[in-house]
Structure formats: structure tokens, C-alpha cells
Design a protein around this ligand. Sequence first.
Ligand SMILES: C[S@@+](CC[C@H](N)C(=O)[O-])C[C@H]1O[C@@H](n2cnc3c(N)ncnc32)[C@H](O)[C@@H]1O
Length: 190
Amino acid sequence: MTEFKKRQDVRTLHESIGPGPLRVLDLPCGSGRLIEPMARRAYRVVGADISEEMLAATQRRLGGRRGLAGLVRCDVRQLPFRERSFDLVVCMRFLYYFGREERAALIREMSRLSRKWLLMQYRLQETLPSFLWRMRYRAGITDRDRSRRGLTVSDIRREVYDAAGLRVVRVRRVSVWFSDRAYILCARTR
Ligand SMILES: C[S@@+](CC[C@H](N)C(=O)[O-])C[C@H]1O[C@@H](n2cnc3c(N)ncnc32)[C@H](O)[C@@H]1O
């Protein structure tokens, strides 16, 4: 499943944006799950993460590979990169842990660093998994209603536009059956 998801993440990118060379910031990069497949597509990737352990694991696994342009330890709230230093900023499995205002600030900051593209993951409302969570909650099987944690696609369009003037170019579900997450590819309009 993990391999499948990794391939899917990168395929979404490739289909949407086309082949490299692109300068990419993978934020946060975690253990570098996506760096290797992106590098294989000729993207030049900088990975950034707050965790020294994650960066060390990435360095052990991928250090010296063509395509890995650098690993940087930093907090997403204070990014040490110049404006428009990348063609694309990728933010997977992260944004939806934040509340609306903090998310907007992160989107603004990522958008500042990108010349054109942002690829993010959001959780969606009204998906099959969220319907099933609601049923479980109503039946008393779980005490947390996880069905309410996502946004609608219109909410997302409004959020990214209000935060940074971004236009949503593509929405693609990670899995219709098993996940409420979606890839949201955005382009800068200003
Ligand atoms: C769920 S992982 C996602 C990693 C990667 N994007 C992926 O899809 O595999 C979350 C990562 O966020 C990092 N992280 C958490 N808070 C952070 C912060 N404030 N600034 C930078 N990285 C942070 C963690 O160290 C962890 O590696």
C-alpha cells in the first residue's frame, strides 16, 4: 500500500506538471519517501523537515543520489529560502493537521517560495470513508466523529485563493474507497 501511494503521489505530479527538470521543495520531506521517485523523473529536490532524525534517515538512504539537491532542517513557519526559489512546492500528509488560519499562513509562505506550482493534500468532506465514519459514530462504535474533519472542494478553492491568490488546477482523490484525502494542484496567479 505504501509503495502504491508513493507511486500515486508522484504519478499525480508527473501527469499534472510533466517531466522535469524542475526545482522542487518537498516540505516537510519526512523520511524522503517522495524524493527518490521525484529524482527519478529528473526533478531536483530539496527536502526540508524539522526533525533531525528524519533528515538523517533520508541522508543515509538517498545521500549522493542525483536529484537530491539538499536537505535542510527548518520549521515550516520560518522557511529559510528566497522568494520563488522553486518551480514547485510539494506538501503531502501535513496541511490538514492545522487550523484554518495557520494553514492559510503556511500556504502563503509556500506560495512565496514557488515560481508556479503547489501540490498539497487536503481531506475532503462527503467521501465514502467519511460516510462510514459518521455511521460508526452514530452507532456508538467510536466516540469521535471523524467525518467532519474535511473540507469541500469549493472551500479549498476559496481557501487557497484567499490565502495566496492560487488557482486550483486539478483535484485527484488518493483513493475513492479507502481515503478521504485528495491531491490539490494549484498554480500561482500573481
Ligand atoms: C506525516 S509526515 C509527512 C512527511 C512527508 N510529506 C510524506 O508524505 O511522507 C510529517 C512530517 O512533518 C514534520 N514536521 C512536523 N512539524 C513540522 C514543522 N513545524 N516544520 C517542519 N516539519 C515539521 C515531521 O518531522 C514529519 O517528518
